[in-house]
Design a binder for this molecule. Sequence first.
Ligand code: ADE
Ligand code: ZN
Length: 337
Amino acid sequence: SPLHPLLQRLPKCEHHLHLEGALTPQVLFSLAAKNHIELPEDDPAFASPESLVERYREFESLDDFLHYYYIGMSVLLDAGDFETLAWDYFTHAAADGVAHCEVFFDPQAHMERSVSYDIVLAGFQKARERAESELGITSELIACFLRHLPPAHATATLEHDAVQASFAAGHVIGIGLDSSEKPFPPELFQDVYRKAGALGLKMTAHAGEEGPAAYVKTALDTLRVQRIDHGVRVIEDEALLQRIAADKILLSICPISNVFLKGVASVADLPIRQFLDAGVRFSINSDDPAYFGNNYILANYCAVQEAFELSAAEWVAICEGSIDGSWCGQERKEELR
Ligand code: ADE
Ligand code: ZN
């Protein structure tokens, strides 16, 4: 596209990136060797990084992907591993023109296998500091709860001393909700969101990725989130679409992820044009780039451009909306504009 240089140059904000989803097959295999982690021998996909790349091209669904995602992260053990992972993401982000990002991680998935929260956070903090000083990228951390685990497990995690300390220190600014969407509607997690709201944390939740528009509605009504991750299925509820536009709820959409996980057949099937026409604020994001063809944020911008041929003014407006919808301070927003 003739707009490619503009897409590269625009100061981008990324709001939907799972750090564990930045684990490339190459890094996965090298950390497995270093940490003496056995990968499944009964699955030929784990024969080599190359066969894993091939298998990642054939995901059938969100749950099929998540199976590989949770095996993948089992190679992460010490703080240096988490630093390596996050640094790998930040260097890709810098190459793609990301100026600011708000990234997810899954504390329960590590704590469940006896990797302490402090170890995870120490690695991420080192990478974040280095990204700011060496790459000029500012970042925030969002701790996600796993909806396939009991809601009480999420609440206990929020109340864990090390987790509370990371909120108090401002190292983690918000919470999210991810993993298998159906049959775990948002309202199951009201307790943990009410407690997070009382702490003044930012709040978002995955909804309307595979699940119905009704999940987006209950995320807004019962969890009181300020943002919705994915949310593409709100297109099935016109009144909800209008409400999201009026309330300036940001949808963090992930076009290439939706294609890899079979939510849509192609990027052209996403309701991007309807969102623009209705004045819905959205950002364009990479979700789990290492699992989705090594497609980082710029590839997602380009895929949207290929499919919809937006104007330069529309792209500038998308980027301004994603700055406005960011959770950084007003000063940083001014710098980003
Ligand atoms: N965890 C990592 N990526 C995810 C996605 N796209 N949806 C739900 N949970 C996830
Ligand atoms: Zn996601």
